[in-house]
Design a protein around this ligand. Structure first.
Ligand code: PEP
Ligand code: MG
Length: 589
């Protein structure tokens, strides 16, 4: 057996359960180093052709970005992309690169790299400031062209027959949706952790995924056979016949278990062993989850991430009717329970990457969530109109993401009032009394939860971001994934105080981050006073079973003691040592 086809087992972080078996398609999108590769005489024209088609593909990509940018940020910003397209169409720029390929007999990447260096040096010497700045555009275009040359194009995924395991250094959520709906059956990603949006999408689509697998894109080539074990966080390259048989058996068992699971009774109220009522709601990202949600028996939708609607219609913004269609579907599926629809949480990584990258140095701390929508009233208005209209069809709860200030709630309410007046004037019917709430996912909001509670009808705690921002740990960064600690005493204290503030104000407090669906944290969350969980539809049944065995009163002093411990490790150990939580933790495994 050659070293390249020897069976290898690689460990990562299991981020979406299940077994997948298929053939690899490798997408390495981060810019790699550019190497000079000599090209034989007879292949020169082929290399020139490769450059030309990369130019065309890059132009198409820029056009897509331009359309979105025009709609979201106005024509002035979109003009930047016109300049990029013009450069790619400029014969002198492309001819120079072609000349290098022919003259130096080198690969297209090297020729782009060298030509761009030379030209940017020349631009830097120009006196005229405007022209000098065009050097940056040139660099930008060259970088995009290089990416196209280095990456693989979209159609290659569909070119591989049968089941595809996508192996990537990093993929943004919109790509994960697109690829997950094609013939991709498993994801293996170098970046990321459990709460990255790409991982969340993998779970939404029910696709097994392992993240944080260092260097895998360099070890695998297209068409290599691979097994992904999402529960164990394991990837097997070139599995032998025995390994394949083992995993095929496990996969078949999983499928028959899924088929045999009966839909849950929706009416049943969940009570803990000592009689505390607990509400279980579901998180929904994609329309294909609505069926699963109904079957789960969850009492409503605790989070619909509406920004994923934008990603589906990208490069066009969803119309009012697009919004209305999905919102109505959700509200009707959830009735009589609430459907909580979060207004766009775009920005950060949840936007065409090209769009924010050039505009913001640190997009996760930038124009994201409610800040972005309040800054783009003409786009927000479309979403708010659709929301109010959809409110006619059931129990609508509207939720603002990434709130950090009271003013944002007031502005959201004012925007809603304005849209309501407009609908009234136009004689368009709409629901008059949606509940208005916010995500608690910024530390500042957690600290002033008692003040915010006076302004809203409900809270939903977003631990994915609350942990990221409180611990200063990027939820998508593999290198600090070990520092992403839901049991950090700072997080537990914050949760305790937010839950108490909500309770004192008499408003519902749910938790809709990934922590809520992770059974290991159930005892401590119940102990902190949480009585409303919003989790993935597939997690509902299990959580229901475990919660019904808990004794909420006995868990309260245990959770309190956890808040006084020094480290997440100590908290974990302490929880394991208490008979009442140890039992649940063992079962949760
Ligand atoms: C969260 O931050 O916990 C949350 C639910 O929102 P998202 O994962 O979409 O950022
Ligand atoms: Mg969030």
């Amino acid at each position: 057996m050659s070293p390249r086809t020897r069976t290898r087992r690689l460990r990562g972080i299991g981020v979406s359960d299940g077994i997948a078996i298929g053939r690899a398609v490798v997408i390495a999108r981060r810019e790699g180093e550019v190497f000079r590769i000599p090209i034989p005489e007879e292949e020169i024209e082929q290399e020139v052709e490769r450059l030309r088609s990369a130019c065309e593909e890059t132009k198409r990509g820029i056009q897509r970005t331009r359309n979105s940018a025009g709609q979201l940020f106005g024509q002035e910003l979109a003009a930047i992309f016109d300049a990029h397209q013009l450069m790619l169409g400029d014969r002198s720029f492309i001819t120079e690169i072609e000349r290098r390929i022919r003259r130096d007999r080198v690969n297209a990447e090297w020729a782009v790299h060298e030509s761009s260096l030379e030209l940017t040096r020349k631009f830097a010497l120009i006196d005229d400031e405007y022209l000098r700045e065009r050097g940056q555009d040139l660099e930008d275009v060259s970088r995009q062209l290089l990416r196209t040359l280095q990456g693989i194009s979209q159609h290659e995924v569909s070119e591989v027959a049968g089941d595809v395991i996508l192996v990537a250094d990093d993929i943004v959520p919109s790509e994960a949706i697109r690829l997950g709906r094609a013939n991709v059956v498993g994801f293996v990603i170098e970046a990321g952790g459990r709460t990255s949006h790409t991982s969340i999408i993998a779970r939404s689509l029910g696709i097994p995924a392992v993240a944080g697998v260092e260097g895998i894109t360099g070890m695998v080539t297209n068409e290599d056979p691979i097994v992904v074990d999402g529960r164990e966080g394991l990837v097997v390259l070139h599995p032998g016949p025995e390994t394949l048989a083992k995993y095929s058996g496990e996969r078949a068992a999983e499928k028959s278990l899924e088929a045999a699971t009966a839909p849950a009774e929706r009416e049943e109220v969940l009570v803990t062993r000592d009689g505390a009522e607990v509400e279980l709601l579901a998180n929904i990202d994609l329309p294909e989850e609505i069926g699963e949600f109904v079957a789960s028996g969850a009492h409503g939708i605790g989070l619909y991430r509406s920004e994923f609607l934008y990603m589906e219609t990208d490069p066009h913004l969803p119309t009012e009717e697009d919004h209305l269609r999905i919102y109505r579907q959700l509200i009707e599926a959830a009735a009589p329970y609430p459907a909580t629809i979060r207004t766009y949480d775009l920005g950060g990584r949840k936007l065409a990457r090209e769009m924010m990258e050039s505009a913001e140095e640190n997009p996760v701390l930038g124009l994201r969530g409610i800040r972005l929508t309040l800054a783009r009233p003409q786009i927000f208005r479309i979403q708010l109109r659709a929301l109010l209209r959809a409110g006619l069809h059931g129990n609508l709860w509207i939720m603002g993401p990434l709130v950090s200030r009271v003013e944002e709630i007031r502005e959201l309410r004012a925007a809603l009032a304005e849209v309501a007046a407009e609908l009234e004037r136009d004689g368009v019917p709409f629901g008059r009394e949606p509940r208005i709430g916010i995500m608690i996912e910024v530390p500042a909001a957690a600290v002033i939860a008692d003040i915010l509670a006076r302004e809203v009808d409900f809270f939903a705690i977003g631990t994915n971001d609350l942990i990221q921002y409180s611990l200063a740990v990027d939820r998508n960064n593999r290198q600090v994934a070990h520092l992403y600690e839901p049991l950090h005493p700072a997080i537990l204290r914050m949760l305790r105080s937010v839950i108490a503030s909500g309770r004192a104000a008499g408003i519902p407090v749910s938790l809709c981050g990934e922590m809520g669906g992770d059974e290991r944290y159930l005892p401590v969350l119940l102990g902190l006073g949480l009585r409303r969980f919003s989790v993935h539809p597939r997690a509902v049944a299990r959580l229901r079973k475990l919660a019904s065995r808990c004794d909420a009163d006995a868990l309260a002093p245990i959770a309190d003691s956890c808040c006084d411990l020094a480290t997440a490790g100590e908290v974990e150990k302490y929880l394991r040592s208490r008979p009442v939580t140890a039992l649940l933790q063992r079962e949760a495994k």
